[in-house]
Design a protein. Structure first.
Length: 617
């Protein structure tokens, strides 16, 4: 029986613990224990996953103009989606012998640069040219990680949804705006962790509600405003004031909702119908530890970051699952078994260190294999040759490890080095969850991608937009609107016909990947008018990062329930809440402890599951 061991992370130099069950899993799949802590391992995997950055380019096969996730000037061969999926080329023609005089990862990077990469990922789409990782969808613009959705824009993680704008991980919804981790919505705006709601706005952790405005922690309620029940006519009258078509009123509602959010207790984690789990945003799962966004039938997993749908017996998975098992150190892997140290694979089994492997098995260090087996560096071998050579390569990886710019050592059992990723750090999924400045990124030996020079000029400043959506003309779709997070720097004034004209480029004042300006599409304008919502003043990238900030990070802390009996307060006593019901512990302080994604320094009052249920549910 193994015993727990404390290790020092090779990357961040912090300690982490490998439990006996962890050693059993590593033994089961025959890999060495990790040398990086769970958070650093996830950040490393996330750096190999493209995120939301698009560029204009040219297909290297058909020579047509394309939209691509690969930045201009990259060393990679890039094919448009139809060419990449076609039979006009064969990835096996790029195969090569293994060179035992070079580290494995150095050889893999050279193979990466010649094997064609997809400009965009997706299948069975109609009019989704400006969306990536979108499947079976129609009329979607600037939508990412989207499945079976239509008529939506500026969203991330849509599933079975339509007419949804500025949404983040939202499913089965129609006419949803500014939704985050919500499902089954209809005509709902500014919804956070809410389900089965309609005709509501500014709701947090609400279920089965309609005609609710500015409310938290409600179940099956109607006609509530700012957490108070009101008569129907009173609600209708109040909504005349809270006219979200007015930007001024919308900002007032945002501030009031922010104060309401901070004034009421929050449950320690969003866990539903799950047993023996730790982490956050877990639904219909069991025996999952340190998992985040684990949804629908996940079992016996650990260190899962954004995955689910019947994922079983897996560790260290970033954005994977869907009828998979025995995944380890994998990213974007679906419907596969025993895939180790791999990314972007589907319907494959027994593969290691592969990218874009489809319907393949027994492959090592390959890229874009299709219906193949027993391949190494895209070269075909017999079954006997394959296993003998893989054994030698693993030994060589330990004897001649790769060292990155920071001197970190990569032997067999480590995921790909972040510095070898096809994406700059600020283009990758890692930037969303582990943000860094350009100086910090480059100090770590990673790439930072500056946006290409933009030749457009801002024609309308955000402060000059009409306050109310009803006053917005169709001509707004022709304007280039400055993002409120950008400012004109080094501006000068010159006289032109007696008038002073400010000139100078706009630069972002945030670390959100701000595009400094944006357009309103005709479909977007029609949506805002139909929903009676004021025009946004931020570009889609800044809106995305601000929306995503409404959910906690990917780390857990052990904490005590802050319920003191009749009242509750933050640890510093700055905020106090008076309970409306009596809890199981009476007037004494709650004895419960839990693991939560709310850091101790956060201002929220955090309750255990029992106190939250007795107070609100």
């Amino acid at each position: 029986m193994s015993t727990a061991e404390t290790k020092i992370c090779q990357s961040c130099k912090q300690s982490f613990v490998i439990e006996p069950d962890d050693f059993d899993f590593y033994k089961k799949i025959d890999v060495p224990p990790p040398t990086w802590c769970p958070a650093c391992r996830n950040r490393r995997r996330s750096s190999w996953r493209e995120d939301r950055t698009l560029y204009k380019g040219t297909c290297d096969l058909c020579k047509k103009s394309i939209i691509t996730v690969q930045a201009p000037g990259s060393p990679f061969t890039v094919y448009c989606r139809p060419c990449w999926q076609s039979d006009r080329w064969d990835p096996m023609t790029y195969g090569r012998d293994y060179d035992f005089n070079q580290p494995f990862f150095a050889q893999y990077r050279k193979l990466m640069e010649v094997v064609p990469r997809p400009a965009l990922i997706g299948s069975n789409n109609i009019n989704c040219d400006y969306s990536n990782s979108t499947h079976h969808s129609k009329n979607c613009y600037f939508v990412f990680k989207c499945f079976f959705s239509e008529n939506s824009e500026n969203s991330y993680g849509l599933l079975l949804s339509k007419n949804s704008f500025d949404a983040y991980i939202t499913d089965n919804s129609d006419h949803a705006y500014e939704a985050l981790h919500s499902s089954r919505l209809y005509r709902v705006s500014f919804s956070y962790f809410s389900t089965e709601c309609l005709d509501s706005s500014f709701i947090y952790d609400c279920v089965g509600c309609s005609n609710c405005f500015g409310c938290t922690s409600l179940r099956k309620q109607k006609y509530w405003i700012w957490n108070k029940r009101v008569a129907k006519d009173e609600y209708v009258e109040a909504m005349k004031y809270w006219d979200l078509g007015s930007y001024k009123r919308l900002e007032e509602a945002k501030d009031k909702f922010k104060n309401l959010y901070a004034s009421v207790p929050h449950r320690y984690a969003h866990v539903l119908n799950s047993v023996n789990v730790s982490g956050d945003i877990i639904r219909d799962s069991k025996n999952c530890q340190v998992c985040f966004s684990a949804l629908n039938g996940v079992e016996n997993c650990k260190y899962l970051f954004f995955g689910g749908f019947n994922l079983k017996d897996s560790y260290d998975v970033t954005a994977g699952g869907d009828l998979s098992e025995l995944l380890y150190e994998s990213a974007n892997t679906m419907r596969s078994q025993k895939c180790l140290f791999s990314a972007g694979s589907g319907n494959s089994n027994n593969i290691q260190y592969c990218d874009w492997s489809e319907n393949s098995s027994n492959a090592f260090g390959c890229i874009n294999l299709r219906n193949k087996q027993y391949c190494i560096l895209n070269k075909q071998y017999s079954k006997e040759e394959y296993f003998a050579l893989v054994k030698k390569i693993k030994a060589q990886m330990n004897e001649m490890p790769y060292r990155d710019a920071k001197g970190r050592v990569y032997r067999y059992g480590e995921f790909f080095p972040a510095e070898l990723s096809a994406y700059a750090y600020n283009e990758s999924f890692a930037f969303d969850w582990y943000p860094k400045t350009r100086k910090e990124v480059e100090a770590e030996g990673l790439r930072w991608q500056e946006p290409p020079a933009r030749d457009y000029k801002t024609t309308l400043l955000p402060e000059d937009l009409p306050d109310h959506i009803r006053d917005v003309q169709e001509s707004i779709t022709k304007e280039i609107i400055g993002c409120a997070h950008a400012s004109t720097v080094e501006a000068s004034a010159k006289e032109e016909g007696g008038a002073a004209v400010a000139e100078g480029p706009r630069r972002p004042r945030c670390n959100h990947g701000c595009s400094t300006a944006f357009r309103i599409s005709p479909e977007e304008l029609a949506f805002y008018k139909q929903m009676n919502i004021a025009l946004p003043r931020l570009c889609p990238s800044c809106r995305h990062l601000e929306r995503r900030a409404m959910r906690n990070g990917l780390q857990i802390w052990k904490r005590h329930c802050l319920c003191k009996g009749k009242t509750a307060s933050t640890q510093d006593g700055a905020k106090t809440y008076e309970n409306a019901s009596k809890h199981f512990h009476g007037d004494a302080a709650c004895p419960n402890e839990f693991e939560t994604t709310f850091p101790p320094e956060r201002p929220e009052i955090v309750y255990c599951a029992e106190c939250y249920r007795e107070e609100f549910l």
